[in-house]
Design a protein around this ligand. Structure first.
Ligand SMILES: [Zn+2]
Length: 317
């Protein structure tokens, strides 16, 4: 099986497979790349490969491989508290002490730091001590969206693996398989806007797939320039809660911004935005964008939802 489950990144995969085959395991790996670039996938594959008992590592079918995949391997330990803004230094100190206890059931003990950029200076300094003299079986995998946030002394001790964007055709192919009902234009736009990273492209498509009913109705009313439809949409919203209305208006603001982008000939993921751009000229779109932005500001500035909706009803028609 090897590292195939990670898309693209052929250079990283080939290098890792080669060095692992020779039994060369680094004590410290730093996997860097933006959100949604496959860092976690690579970390899990690397951990599985180090702990694997099969032939072509990671084989994907032996007990250690399965345990890593199911996140229950006792020698693959995640160090983080997602509730906290900074990774608590106490957790790092605990890991530092824990690593001197022999592995539970394998030859190695692996510590995963999912957001090394948020370790803070005390945390990094705590880590440095163990980086200087790790036990022979210890492996640290640091993930980061920003390798520059790490101390040079930490970074220089790591084998750095930089996640690369996927080739356009590969990424589009994967997205097409997963998002069967989505237009080819939206897929291409997501691939491009996501910087070539699968996770980012998927996030954009997921967000667009969750178009609120109200937003779809707004697009309909604006495209048809239908004042009655607009009124039917806005009057019930007069009774909405302030927070909910502000959130909806933020959606609309984003939608109109995307429509403006599309009307300038740039790609956008949103099918709704493309519909608007096809139906209205950019001056109209810009005016509507400004109105919605103002309406949102009014909402946040304590104007009542009823008054804001009344304003939009009058201004948007
Ligand atoms: Zn295996």
């Amino acid at each position: 099986m090897g590292f195939e489950r990670l898309l693209g990144n052929e250079h990283i995969k080939a290098n890792l497979e080669m060095s692992l085959e020779k039994g060369h395991i680094s004590h410290f790996y730093l996997i860097s790349g933006p959100e949604g670039s496959g860092k976690h996938t690579l970390a899990d594959l690397l951990a599985a490969a180090i702990l694997c008992q099969g032939a072509h590592k990671p084989c994907g079918s032996c007990t250690p491989c399965r345990k890593v995949r199911e996140k229950v391997h006792p020698d693959y330990i995640t160090i983080d508290d997602p509730e906290k803004k900074t990774v608590p230094v106490d957790l790092i100190r605990e890991a530092r002490a824990d690593i001197y206890i022999q592995p539970n059931e394998s030859e190695h003990k692996i510590y995963l730091f999912p957001r090394a950029q948020d370790m803070g200076l005390p945390g990094q300094n705590a880590l440095l001590k163990v980086l200087e003299e790790p036990p022979s079986y210890g492996v640290f995998i640091l993930l980061t969206t920003n390798a520059d946030a790490l101390l040079p002394t930490v970074r220089s001790r790591c084998t750095e693996l930089r996640m690369q964007p996927l080739p356009g055709n590969l990424l589009r192919g994967v997205l097409e398989q997963e998002y069967t009902g989505v237009s080819a234009e939206a897929i291409s736009a997501a691939a491009e806007r996501g910087g070539g990273f699968l996770g980012q492209a998927k996030r954009l498509l997921d967000e667009d797939g969750q178009v609120r009913q109200e937003t779809a109705r707004l697009v309909d009313a604006l495209c048809k320039k239908d004042a009655l439809l607009l009124m039917q949409l806005l009057v019930p919203l007069e009774k909405s809660k302030r927070d909910a209305l502000a959130e909806l208006l933020q959606d609309w603001q984003m939608l109109l911004e995307n429509a403006l982008t599309a009307s300038c000939g740039m790609r956008t993921v949103s099918d709704q935005a493309r519909r608007l751009a096809a139906a209205l000229d950019s001056r109209t779109l810009h005016r509507q964008y400004t109105l919605v932005r103002k309406a949102r500001e009014y909402t946040l500035g304590n104007v009542s939802p009823a008054a804001v909706c009344g304003y939009l009803e009058w201004a948007l028609r």
